[in-house]
Design a protein around this ligand. Structure first.
Ligand SMILES: *Cc1c(COP(=O)(O)O)cnc(C)c1O
Length: 361
């Protein structure tokens, strides 16, 4: 994607003019373990249910703006009233809308790098100031005291649990503390929570913390990255604020129908999720055996690993083995680190085999 010509940059909002077009760097590879998707795909019975639901959608009509049926199904699964739920065009739209609704020029958005880059980009787009409280560089745990302290002057605090790209959890007790310290909103981004041990979620805090926003997505565990559906659980007052700024038809009827079909058959997803969690631990043991490797514990569907000459290894994985993982080696918060999505047993074996070969050379 070409850069923005000066002719147009000159007449853009300064915050937007400072951006570059997103370059997905999509490579045509045999095994893609770069985006934390569920590489198993939908089980045939689920795929059939989705296809049947899609066939019934009246595409000539606008979608239900608040996705009533899907919202009710999510509310039931999460054990909340539907007033505590809002659906978005992927989690990304909900993050953007959260900043749009709650941030003004100069509002502070607190992040804990290395973390999901989207927070920083969207925060800057709406004119907010990003305040970083870096994680402990050895463990990638959030620095609890510093976060609580900085939360006191933040409009939005982003706590990602499990964190992308490190797989680290945030203790719900710390989320509670940050909610108490923060006059603004606390975002608990739980995009990968389906892969984490029971009891890891901030969900039980919703009733006590009226500034807590919990984010979920259908893109990771639920195999619907292509459909673009996410949701937020929060106090109904926050849901109203998000509903006020959203584009009414941002979630298409097709996407709503697909997500509803999957939500209604969540139990059928459980074996795949369990298998990914088991595979994660196996891949972790194998990665740890690579000479010079450090691999961190992960509660998500990916592993974060530090390897000597990581960038070169990443390139050769792609070019010689047609395997794509995510390269974080240029990020000063995590030098020489790669993020590897846990895929099918066959994909995992292939990436381990290729890595063992490469690090020997
Ligand atoms: C993938 C991801 C999301 C949301 O992704 P969508 O596909 O937009 O739903 C949100 N937060 C984190 C940390 C993620 O990794």
């Amino acid at each position: 994607m070409p850069s923005i010509p000066q002719r147009y940059r000159a007449i853009m909002r300064p915050a937007a003019a400072a951006m570059e077009p997103y370059d997905p760097q999509a490579a045509d590879v045999r095994i893609n373990l770069s985006a934390n998707e569920n590489t198993h795909g939908l089980a045939p019975s689920l795929r059939l249910a989705v296809d049947r639901a899609l066939a019934k959608v009246a595409t000539n009509r606008y979608p239900d703006p608040l996705a009533g049926d899907l919202r009710a199904a999510i509310a039931q699964v999460e054990g909340v009233d539907p007033a505590w739920v809002i659906v978005g065009n992927g989690g990304d739209e909900l993050i953007f809308n959260l900043f749009l609704a709650f941030c003004d020029d100069g509002s502070r958005v607190l992040t804990c790098p290395p973390t999901f880059a989207v927070y920083g980009i969207y925060a800057e787009l709406v004119g907010a100031q990003v305040v970083e409280v870096p994680r402990d560089p050895k463990t990638f745990e959030v620095r609890a005291r510093e976060v609580v302290e900085a939360a006191a002057s933040a409009r939005v605090v982003c706590l990602t649990s499990p964190n992308n790209p490190t797989g680290t959890l945030v203790d719900p007790a710390l989320v509670r503390e940050v909610c108490a310290a923060c006059p603004g909103i606390v975002l608990a981004d739980e995009a990968y929570m389906e892969f984490a041990p029971a009891g890891s979620s901030a969900r039980p805090l919703l009733n006590d913390c009226d500034n807590l926003v919990i984010l979920h997505t259908f893109s990771k565990a639920y195999c619907l990255a292509g459909a673009r559906v996410g949701y937020v659980l929060a106090n109904p007052g926050i849901i109203s604020a998000l509903a006020a700024v959203r584009q009414p038809y941002s979630v298409s009827s097709l996407d709503q129908a697909a997500a509803l079909a999957v939500m209604g058959r969540r139990d059928a997803m459980a074996p795949v999720i369990t298998s990914i969690v088991d595979q994660r631990e196996l891949v972790r043991e194998e990665l740890a055996k690579l000479p010079g490797a450090t691999v961190w514990p992960s509660a998500a569907n990916f592993l974060f690993v530090r390897l000597p000459h990581a960038h070169e290894v990443w390139e050769r994985l792609r070019d010689e083995h047609s395997i794509l993982v995510r390269d974080f080696s240029a990020n000063p918060a995590c030098p020489d680190c790669l993020r590897i999505t846990v895929g099918t047993p066959g994909e995992n074996a292939a990436v381990i085999k290729a890595l063992s070969q490469l690090v020997k050379e």
